[in-house]
Design a protein around this ligand. Sequence first.
Ligand code: CA
Length: 522
Amino acid sequence: MINRLFHSFNHFYMIFKLRSIFIGAFIFCSLLVNAQKKPNILIIVSDDHAYQAIGAYGSKLMATPNIDRIAKEGVLFKKAYVTNSICGPSRAVILTGKYSHKNGFYDNGNLQFDGSQNTFIKELRLGGYQTAWIGKWHLGSAPQGFDYWQVLPGQGNYYNPNFLMMDGSSKRVEGYVSNLIEDFSEQWLDTRDTSKPFCLVIGHKATHRSWFPDTADMGKFESVNFPFPHNFFDPYNTRAAAKAQDMTIDKTMVIGSDLKMLGKNRNTDETVKRMNAAQREKFDAYYNPIEAEFNAKKLSGKSLVEWKYQRYMKDYLSTAASLDRNIGRALNYLDKYHLTENTLVIYLSDQGFYLGEHGWFDKRFMYEESFRTPMLMRFPGVIKPGTQSNDFVMNLDIASTVLDAAGIKSPNDMQGESILPVLRQKEIKGRKAMYYHYYENGTHSVSPHFGIKTSRYKLIRFYEKIEGWELFDLQNDPNELDNIFGKKGFEKITLDLTNQLKSLIKKYEDVEAEVILSKGIN
Ligand code: CA
């Protein structure tokens, strides 16, 4: 009897023990599944890439099948904007989720980004992510808070660029910059710790000035004659700051260093002199006949501007071709390693760019072409494929959006908002108006300015270089050619916009703008 009782007890104990092991194993597996559920994050940031040159945005200038793929499989933001349209400051906004006056990186001048401040990267790392930034960084100081980084010094070079490494060394690598940045990104992914989710930022140099295409893409658009944007010959009537700038294709773009008609300077050009013999042979074979023809034609006036515009477009779009191809490589990598389904992919430029609108190249202004930026996201299971969004979203929102996707709460002092709720539930509306502030008062002579954009209007206050206001009715004047500030009949809307601007300035705590605005609206 005792024996039987003991046997039963033993039997019961064994079942209990097995059950405990089973429950333990179940909890362990659940944790593992949950850990794996954290999405990977791939952010691709290009430089000066215009939405006017992207197929998904309706461009007829060139095909961009790989960026278009993100639109097909995710969302195309048709109204994505930046808070300060210039390279380094835009990256600082992306990293911190804060306006320039809060993160301290106002302009590309002599400033250095204070890397000790919080970023979404640091938050992700605390949340168990493995993090890396590879490619163009352009923030002055060394990256902080990353498990790995490998960045171009400053603007970097298109050919055989140097890369700054974490150990403080600088290594020169043979090849074309867009291909190399993708190569190194894939190498990092190959060797990452696969027990953790990753966040990789690929920072492309393309399509920054001086638009040196890969040798494989030279001549890609040779037979194309690009039509002028209809406002190419803009007389800048009613817009004093637009008149005062120094960024026209006509007067500012350099025939030598920008358009590669280098003559005797060819051997001393910063990019050309880095080329190896094979690259140089292809460069000469392509540009020599163009330069010979250009010299023979002795162009001037309108025919010279026309020629410059055509050359600009050919070089810019050929440089963009390699960018798109390398974005395709990154997407293919995710496919190959079955990462596509569990990875949030974000593509954006640091700002938009002028492709001849108002006669310009470059960026800076709060006018649409540089204020807007291409932005696309793919997040399987969250974002419905083929979504086209007209919500006002900003580069300011990237930090909070990524943290939201990772299930990490955004710090209270981040000023952006996660875009995901708007995408998940369409009844939630995003912001009604956007605030912009540009500071740099130097290269290209663009006056500092701040302003507000609503669905119909844009109100801008220029200061320092040019003092004055501009108001545009974007419904009647989408190309922003007619400044209606101070005109009869617009008093009420001006007052309304000024009040909205005041409340945004207060919300974002932009003290400098508040002081300027306190002087009144005349
Ligand atoms: Ca840029």
